[in-house]
Design a protein around this ligand. Structure first.
Ligand code: HEC
Ligand code: HEC
Length: 497
């Protein structure tokens, strides 16, 4: 009996311990599960209260699809320095500001357990200006990213994916060398998963964007707008007619958007809806319909509506400018608006037929009815599904606000300065250099005859290459027949825009 009691009580005690142990395990398990859920499910970008900081460094949601871990981003230019034209990402024309270790145009988000980074609107829509060769570049939001070479950047990424040094061992060693702070879990994930995954993504991107190898290099400040979209839609790129395979366009400025609502815009005027132009642009930054961060894009859209270009900062000869005004009103205003603030004009925001404007037609032809039909399926099922894209047959007459910052000119950026644009194409520079941000107030544009400076090579732009023609926008109507005095006066007046 005593034995039995002893036995029974010890079983009871054992049962209690067992339950406690089990409960303990369950608790630890739950805690780990909660930790892992919180750790891996968190989806939160770094936010900025100031709208300009948000534009430059805030998220549009592109990290979901394309983001790469922060430390991987940091390590690539170290491990693959030989694949860059100079030192670090700055040699690709990325702009770095004091107090920021990511370039303008790059956002950071905590996603799936990592700090991941990728691009936003500013890397194509923020540029720099230097007043003198030794001056610090001034960062100007909304102007074209005049120094950034997107083509070279894409090619850098694709070639990294192909490189035999892109292994977990090498990458982690290099991360340690540059002082990366990785928890044991991050390190294990990098070692066994992330780096292989990233390599696979880079290689698949290389496959998808193979057509880039067939295109002439874009150089800084330009991108092919619609061919990457065709690749995204799985068009058979190798079977497309040659004439639609080059669509390189200059980055435009994006100020005063409220006044542009309803105008036919994009270079070829293919969309009248501002909201759709913004959403379509977000695709260019790498968001996809399910991953777009609408709340944060909306903040950008709202701020952009009334954002203004900075006034021309160098001296203006007021008398000469006053002489230029009537010339502008007579020749240019009906297509480009009354001035830099008032955009009214009979033809503003309408498309000028290609036969009349006569500029390079590659960008126009690259946007086809087939792209148009596919685009209209984007965001299908959402209230903001695209419905305003149209195939057009020319280039749009656009307002000229902030014109001083928009060089090189025309949709393909083929004319380095405004003064050159007022010459017939035969007299415009046949080759020049892009990527310099040093300003040339005399001709209104950036210095374009210097091949290299401070170890950075500028891009030699050749107007005989397909897609780069500097023809068109010439003849009596476009002011190329004016006298030298009249042209100089017109340039002076356009500094007030
Ligand atoms: C990859 C570079 C790139 C990125 C990123 C980018 N854009 Fe653009 N954007 C362009 C180019 C190039 C055009 C001109 C397209 C064309 O007509 O070929 C353009 C055109 C526009 C236009 C129309 C301008 C006009 O008046 O015709 C707006 C508005 C615009 N972008 C806003 C944005 C916003 C907002 C974002 C971020 C959500 C963004 N863009 C991201 C390159 C970019
Ligand atoms: C019949 C309409 C029309 C007239 C008149 C006209 N333009 Fe244009 N302009 C255009 C079109 C269309 C484009 C875009 C062409 C392209 O990029 O292929 C353009 C482009 C420009 C650009 C380039 C803008 C940029 O951001 O790159 C400038 C600068 C310009 N025009 C100035 C002038 C001046 C100055 C006059 C008067 C002497 C003038 N235009 C007369 C239709 C016109």
């Amino acid at each position: 009996m005593a034995k039995k009691t002893f036995f029974a009580s010890s079983v009871a005690a054992g049962g209690k311990t067992c339950t406690r142990v089990l409960l303990g395990f369950a608790l630890i398990f739950i805690l780990i599960a909660v930790y892992l859920i919180v750790h891996f499910m968190r989806d939160k970008p770094v936010d900025y209260a100031d709208p300009i900081e948000h534009f430059k460094y805030g998220s549009v949601g592109s990290e979901h699809e394309f983001g790469i871990p922060y430390w991987l981003w940091k390590v690539l230019p170290e491990l693959f320095a030989d694949k860059l034209p100079g030192k670090g990402y700055a040699s690709l024309g990325f702009v770095f500001e004091d107090g920021h270790d990511l370039p303008v145009g790059m956002s950071k988000r905590r996603y799936r357990g990592f700090d991941v980074v990728w691009l936003n609107c500013a890397f194509c829509h923020t540029g720099t200006v230097r007043d003198t060769p030794d001056a610090k570049p001034r960062v100007i939001v909304g102007m074209p990213a005049n120094t950034f070479d997107f083509h070279a950047f894409t090619r850098f990424f694709m070639s990294v994916g192909m490189d035999p040094r892109f292994t977990p061992q090498r990458v982690l060693l290099e991360m340690d060398r540059i002082g990366a702070k990785l928890s044991w879990m991050d390190r294990a994930l990098m070692r066994y998963y992330i780096i292989y995954f990233a390599r696979e993504r880079m290689l698949s991107l290389k496959g998808r964007l193979a057509f880039l190898d067939q295109q002439p290099p874009w150089g800084p400040g330009r991108v092919d707008t619609f061919n990457p979209l065709k690749a995204y839609f799985n068009f058979p790129m190798d079977k497309l007619p040659a004439r639609e395979l080059i669509g390189t366009a200059d980055f435009p400025s994006i100020w005063n958007l409220r006044q542009r609502e309803g105008m036919q815009l994009h270079w070829d005027g293919n969309n009248t809806s501002l909201e759709e132009r913004n959403k379509s642009a977000a695709l260019g930054a790498g968001v996809t319909p399910p991953t777009i961060d609408r709340v944060r894009i909306k903040r950008i859209e709202d701020w952009l509506l009334d954002s203004k270009p900075p006034a021309y900062p160098y001296p203006i000869d007021q008398q000469l400018a006053a002489a230029g005004k009537p010339i502008y009103m007579e020749y240019c205003a009906s297509c480009h608006g009354v001035d830099g603030q008032n955009f009214s004009g009979e033809y503003v925001g309408k498309v000028e037929p290609i036969e009349k404007i006569g500029t390079d037609r590659h960008r126009l032809d690259s946007y086809t009815l087939a792209v148009n039909a596919n685009q209209n399926t984007l965001y299908a099922g959402y209230p903001w599904r695209f419905k305003n894209f149209r195939k057009t047959f020319g280039y749009a007459n656009m307002p000229l606000d902030g014109l001083w910052l928009r060089a090189p000119y025309l949709h393909n950026g083929s004319v380095p300065t405004l003064r050159d644009l007022l010459e017939p194409s035969a007299q415009r520079p046949k080759t020049f250099y892009r990527g310099n941000d040093l300003y040339d107030p005399k001709h209104m544009g950036f210095i374009s005859d210097v091949p290299a400076e401070n170890g950075r090579n500028y891009f030699r732009f050749d107007t005989t290459v397909a897609g780069n023609s500097n023809r068109g926008h010439e003849g009596a109507r476009y002011g190329t027949g004016l006298s030298i005095q009249q042209k100089n006066a017109l340039v002076e007046y356009l500094k007030t825009f």
